[in-house]
Design a protein around this ligand. Structure first.
Ligand code: AGP
Length: 612
């Protein structure tokens, strides 16, 4: 999960590539590099350890001049972050390659190439691609052919961009298992891992398919070849979100901006999808209306935050639509030979639509058969998951840049509630409960803004956490996955060890951890489990644990010694997971700011995990 940019333009490309890298930094940020084909011949390269800003500094000292080039921002898989391991990797001084993905057979290829006299200078899997390409180029003297022959030897996942000094008017690229798109300019063309990288130069894109190889040459000529090596037309799509979506505006961090965008993006998620007292059943794609009636089981597969959204959906679907539902993390599901009951709908949840484990789980499900249909609930139109699924529902959160997922999560929850209600409608037709929930969904953006108004109070509360090393999150029912999500947020951006438990499970072990150094955060909507939750909180207090309770306004829990209570507005219990997510997002944000961590790009992580 690195970021790739490439360009062949009628102007100097260094700054286009650099801007592209800055916009792709969410994909990895431990080192960066760029190679440019000099107009007078030759290939020049600059690499730096650390974020793109470090590369920028070096380029200011020694600019790279030329009208074609490739660049990369890295998230280390093979080999520690260092300048030697940073991309582009070269074979000799005339061929350079950047790569996102993992070459699984790199060890055998490396032995083969070393045996033929190629010298390796890095610990990466990518360097084998550079030498493989150089060897093929020696045969054909044509970069495109060399790439087509080289990728045939690769096992694993790759998005590649390649430049050769002997062909200074072009770059070539290929994708399999990792994303790569072509930006279409006026007499110029670009490559990138994501359209966001190129919005400063174009809003028109070609989404390459699995196995595609592409050549971009002078004058904006774009030639795409399929996995059989045949020329193929791929349509151009216009990116509709606009470039504003990726600026921080007046916010200090993208994460804070994205938290505060939630009311607006939830309104977009709902737009055109609510009918009169029910959800429209055809919103998942053609034929989905009748398909909803046939569904008897649901299998949800996802990773991280998206997995937590799936866990909430399980409570909703079983309760409101009466359909047995299973939820599993994709990295486990993909290697399991599970039993698929008849008429199972296979649902993937993903912000990016490119997460390697989730995509592999989808392919595993498709190749093993037995599923009625696959549905991708996703934030990125045109992503691999959307293209490879039978049905899809876009979450419409807009680009999410902060590594910690916030608005993508709440729009996934809204989409999953739409799915739940569509399934219920397909079974029951109109009913009072649906009409009530459709009404509640219409009010949701307003309710979200009320929840976000707690920002100042939560900021004040956050100082109680900044010096702590551990935290425990508790919830029951749909609030258990919300507690898990709160703990994940705190872990990933403030580096505080946090765990979440269903509150009823506390007495079976984790209570042993509770003392005055262990803050315990609880989410308490006014639902059927609230009295049981209150008893669990007594158990914590009796052991000296300090309690931080986010409670609905009508829940009888009082402030007192060691008990801090923040009130949220009254809410329908089905909608409550959406509202109670907000204070946990804000808490983790303010704690991270107090600790001075890199909120938008926390250590060791990347936004889009396109490697296994
Ligand atoms: C969330 O804050 C994460 N950074 C991470 O868990 C993320 O949700 C996970 O990697 C799945 O990504 P996806 O939704 O793009 O598939």
């Amino acid at each position: 999960m690195c970021g790739i940019v490439g360009a062949v333009a009628g102007r100097q490309v260094q700054n286009i590539l650099l801007e592209g890298l800055k916009r792709l930094e969410y994909r990895g940020y431990d080192s960066a590099g760029m190679s440019i084909l000099a107009e007078e011949g030759g290939l020049s390269r600059q690499r730096a350890l650390g974020k793109v800003a470090e590369l920028d500094k070096k380029l200011q000292q020694a600019p790279l001049r030329g009208r074609a080039g490739i660049a990369h921002t890295r998230w280390a898989t093979h080999g520690r972050p260092s300048e030697e391991n940073a991309h582009p990797h070269q074979s000799g001084d005339r061929l350079a390659v950047v790569h996102n993905g993992i070459i699984e057979n790199f060890e055998s290829l490396r032995r083969e190439l070393e045996g033929q006299g190629y010298t390796f200078l890095s610990e990466t899997d990518t360097e084998v691609v550079a030498h493989l390409l150089a060897r093929e180029y020696e045969q054909s003297r044509d970069l495109l052919q060399a790439l087509q022959r080289a990728v045939a030897r690769l096992e694993g996942a790759y998005a590649l961009a390649v430049a050769h000094a002997a062909q200074p008017d072009r770059i070539v690229g290929a994708r399999k298992g990792s994303p790569l798109i072509v930006g279409v300019g006026i007499e110029e063309a670009f490559l990138a891992s994501d359209p966001l990288a190129l919005l400063q130069v174009t809003d028109r894109f070609v989404y390459l398919r699995e196995g595609d190889v592409v050549q971009l040459s002078d004058g904006g000529v774009i030639e795409v070849f399929d996995d059989a090596g045949q020329p193929i037309e791929r349509g151009i799509e216009v990116f509709e979100h606009g470039d504003n979506a990726i600026s921080r505006g007046n916010y200090r961090h993208f994460m804070l901006k994205e938290i505060h965008e939630q009311a607006a993006v939830i309104a977009k998620t709902l737009e055109g999808r609510l009918g009169d007292g029910h959800v429209m059943t055809h919103i998942f794609g053609s034929g989905s209306g009748s398909l909803m009636t046939d569904v008897r089981h649901i299998q949800i597969v996802a990773c991280g935050t998206s997995y937590h959204a799936g866990m909430v959906a399980r409570y909703w679907i079983e309760k409101l639509a009466g359909i047995p539902t299973q939820v599993e993390v994709a990295s486990e599901y993909r290697y399991r030979d599970g039993v698929v009951p008849d008429n199972t709908l296979f649902v993937t949840l993903s912000q990016s639509g490119e997460t390697a484990d989730t995509l592999a789980a989808l392919r595993h499900a498709q190749s093993h058969g037995g599923y009625l249909a696959s549905l991708a609930i996703c934030n990125v139109p045109g992503s691999s998951m959307v293209r490879e699924s039978d049905l899809s529902l876009m979450t419409h959160a807009g680009p999410e840049i902060g590594v910690a997922s916030t608005k993508a999560f709440t729009t996934q929850l809204v989409s999953l509630l739409l799915l739940t209600l569509a399934l219920r409608y397909a079974r029951n037709g109109d009913d009072e409960m649906q009409a009530r929930l459709v009404g509640a969904l219409r009010q949701l953006p307003q309710l979200i803004n009320q929840g976000l108004a707690l920002d100042g109070d939560i900021e004040r509360l956050s100082s109680a956490f900044a010096e702590k090393h551990h935290a425990l999150f508790l919830g029951r029912g749909t609030m258990f996955p919300i507690a898990l999500e709160g703990a994940l947020k705190l872990k990933e951006i403030s580096y505080i060890h946090a765990e979440a438990y269903p509150a009823g499970e506390l007495k079976h072990g984790p209570l042993a951890l509770v003392d005055s150094d262990m803050p315990v955060i609880a989410v308490a909507p006014n639902d059927e489990l609230v009295e049981k939750l209150k008893s669990n909180l007594q158990e914590v207090r009796a052991r000296g644990g300090e309690l931080f309770v986010f409670a609905e306004e009508n829940v009888a829990i009082s402030e007192g010694d060691g008990v801090h209570v923040l009130r949220l507005p009254a809410v329908d219990e089905v909608i409550a997971p959406l509202l109670f997510t907000l204070p946990l997002q804000l808490l983790s944000y303010h704690v991270a700011v107090l600790k001075g961590t890199d909120v938008d790009q926390p250590r060791n992580l990347a936004k889009s995990v396109t490697v296994e």
